[in-house]
Design a protein around this ligand. Structure first.
Ligand code: NAP
Ligand code: GLV
Ligand code: GLV
Length: 316
């Protein structure tokens, strides 16, 4: 009997056609995530699953899936997977690195520019059908040339964000866990987290969500940020204490925030919804046609490699 594979949402690549001859594929076709019960029931008979970042893969799920050998996560971030539990049960995990780096760095810059130049307010004015009198003092924002970008988490996406900053004439500082070789620094300088907070006019979060990075930006860090600074988060929502961010925006010294990810996805903190100094997007960092197709090819390619006994393309 052909091995069974569960794909937790319809992908931009036809999973059944991709794995034809290698597996019998069950795709969850609804435009919503499977419930935990649905996920458990559909994954139970499978040797591999393609999971999404909204699917929680914990030990209870693994225990219910005795045939499971591979979790191919359709994301680079794997915080939705209990990696220790998977390892303990001998289940391998793959992700989709690299192919989404440029798309996510672009979206980071879209939010950065939108907050810096107050596009949300400007859009609303223009859509009123009358932009009013041209004002020397209207909608003034932050000039990026000569300003300082701080990148927290200097990996693939953090470096791609830094690379783009050179075109804007920004100085770039970063804080990261392991030392980065000079040749891979993209002209950016390593600093302590305290210095990053104190000096960045724009702080971009590009680290994975781990126990160490949860609430990396909370009330004390927000208070330590440079007055007038912008916070951009395209990593994972829980890197930021959202309630503390709302309070910090209310209290003043921050200029604004650009957020693609949220602490309690799919919910957005109500305190963020009406603010003009906040630009929001619905977790679309990797959402280009090209990137989402490549992510599917990599996730399904990992499944195929595993089933054929070949090396995985992108093991975690
Ligand atoms: P990556 O290449 O692994 O880069 C992550 C960087 O963060 C690494 O340099 C890592 O350093 C550093 N880091 C880890 N823990 C840290 C800590 N405690 N303090 C400071 N730095 C730390 O990953 P990536 O491909 O750039 O992706 C980064 C994250 O972006 C993903 O994990 C995902 O959550 C998020 N993401 C979001 C979207 C979106 O749609 N918004 C799209 C893609 C990715 P070490 O090398 O020392 O571990
Ligand atoms: C998206 O958020 C990813 O981690 O790929
Ligand atoms: C503005 O539109 C200018 O011409 O300076």
């Amino acid at each position: 009997m052909a091995p069974r594979v569960f794909v937790a949402r319809r992908l931009p690549v036809d999973a059944a056609a991709f794995l034809e001859g290698d597996a019998e594929v069950d795709v969850f076709e609804a435009p919503r995530p499977p419930t935990p019960d649905e996920l458990r029931a559909r994954a139970a008979p499978c040797r591999a699953i393609v999971s999404l970042l909204s699917d929680r893969i914990d030990d209870a799920l693994l225990a219910a899936c005795p045939e499971l050998e591979l979790i191919a996560n359709y994301a680079v971030g794997v915080d939705n997977v209990d990696l220790a539990a998977a390892k303990a049960r001998g289940v391998r995990v793959t992700n989709t690195p690299d192919v989404l780096t440029d798309a996510t760095a672009d979206l980071t810059w879209a939010l950065l520019l939108a907050v810096a130049r107050r596009l949300r307010e400007g859009e609303r004015v223009a859509r009123s059908g009358d932009i009013g009198a041209w004002q020397p003092t209207g909608l003034l924002g932050l000039e990026l040339a000569g300003a300082t970008l701080g990148v927290f988490g200097f990996g693939r996406i953090g470096r791609a964000v830094a690379r783009r900053a050179q075109g804007f004439g920004m100085r770039v500082l970063y804080t990261t866990r392991s030392p980065v070789p000079e040749a891979e620094r993209e002209g950016a300088a390593p600093v302590s987290k305290a210095e990053l907070l104190a000096r960045a006019d724009v702080l971009c979060l590009c680290a994975p969500l781990t126990p160490e990075t949860r609430h990396a930006v909370g009330a004390p860090e927000l208070a330590a940020m440079k007055p007038g600074a912008i916070l951009v988060n395209t990593a994972r929502g829980a890197l930021v204490d959202e309630a503390a961010l709302v309070q910090a925006l209310d209290a003043g010294p921050l200029r604004g925030a650009g957020l693609d990810v949220f602490e309690e996805e799919p919910k957005v903190h109500p305190g963020l919804l009406e603010r003009d100094d906040v630009v929001l997007s619905p977790h679309i960092g990797s959402a280009t046609e090209h990137t989402r197709r490549r992510m599917a090819e990599i996730a399904l390619g990992n499944v195929r490699a595993h089933l054929r006994g070949e090396p995985l393309l992108t093991p975690v």
